[in-house]
Ligand binder design. Structure first.
Ligand code: NAP
Length: 247
């Protein structure tokens, strides 16, 4: 392996936004490490597509809600092995229900994956990036964290928390040449939104000024910009990719 090649870690890259972001970064010339929770086949297929396009990539099973596993991953697969330039904290889950019915375990699980998982990855990546005095971290938040959404108290809390985490980390890490930004997608067509009833989707479409749902490419291009040299003076920001749904 070429250890001088800039490397990007994208969490939750077996499907949806993460997979598309990994492919986009692969095309842009970064070596991409894709992580996944369960779907090894999907992750290996995603890696195969990047390799077939002439890029460099590998897949790793990593439950971001397991802090020891995250630390182990960064210590054994990243530190001293590759030149870590980019972390995209994308792994996320939903466990929706109205407040009164929301179980403690469903609140905790969403916080553990969507917020604490991002924190642990960010901390471990930052330790490595601080030594090389540079890097780019992008946290995938959500419009739900900006506006709130009925039935998603756990998810909204996690995604709003990610925005606070982004801003705090940006203030700490700027001096080390590391930028930290968030991307807040609106409604993006992936497995996560596939099961929403048609009536809900129709209602949602009415609230989107550009009159279409987003696709993973819309988000991936925003991430690509934020990790590029052109975005070196942007940090602590939230870039909404939502078709004008909330602005
Ligand atoms: P998705 O299609 O459901 O994919 C989720 C990804 O996260 C998968 O790769 C999954 O891995 C991984 N994952 C789940 N639990 C994990 C864990 N504990 N540890 C590590 N990886 C885990 O979701 P998506 O729609 O692409 O969403 C990606 C991100 O964008 C999420 O953070 C989501 O909250 C955010 N977002 C999505 C939308 C939207 O409309 N779709 C809008 C705003 C924000 P496996 O394949 O192995 O299960």
């Amino acid at each position: 392996m070429d250890n001088n090649m800039l490397t990007a870690v994208v969490t939750g890259a077996s499907r949806g936004i993460g997979r598309c972001t990994a492919a986009t970064l692969g095309r842009a010339g970064y070596r991409v490490y894709l992580t996944y929770a369960n779907k090894a086949d999907e992750a290996e297929t995603a890696v195969g597509e990047i390799l077939a396009a002439g890029g460099k990539a590998a897949a790793f099973r990593l439950d971001v809600a397991d802090p020891e596993a995250v630390t182990h991953f960064f210590q054994t697969e990243i530190k001293d092995k590759v030149d870590l330039h980019i972390l995209v904290n994308n792994a996320g889950i939903i466990k929706d229900s109205l407040l009164a019915r929301m179980k403690d375990e469903d609140f905790d699980k969403v916080l553990a994956v969507d917020l604490q998982g991002a924190f642990t990855c960010l901390r471990e990546a930052a330790k490595i990036m601080m030594r090389r005095r540079g890097g780019r971290i992008v946290n995938i938040s959500s419009v739900s964290g900006q506006t709130g959404n009925a039935g998603q108290a756990n998810y909204c809390a996690a995604k709003a928390g990610l925005i606070g985490l982004t801003k705090a980390a940006a203030k700490e890490l700027g001096v080390r040449g590391i930028t930290v930004n968030a991307v807040a997608p609106g409604f993006i067509e992936t497995d996560m939104t596939l099961t929403l009833p048609d009536a809900v989707k129709e209602q949602m479409l009415k609230s989107i000024p550009v009159q279409r749902f987003g696709n993973p490419e819309d988000v991936a291009e925003a991430v690509l910009f934020l990790v590029s040299d052109k975005a070196g003076y942007i940090t602590g920001q939230v870039l909404a990719v939502n078709g004008g749904m909330y602005c």
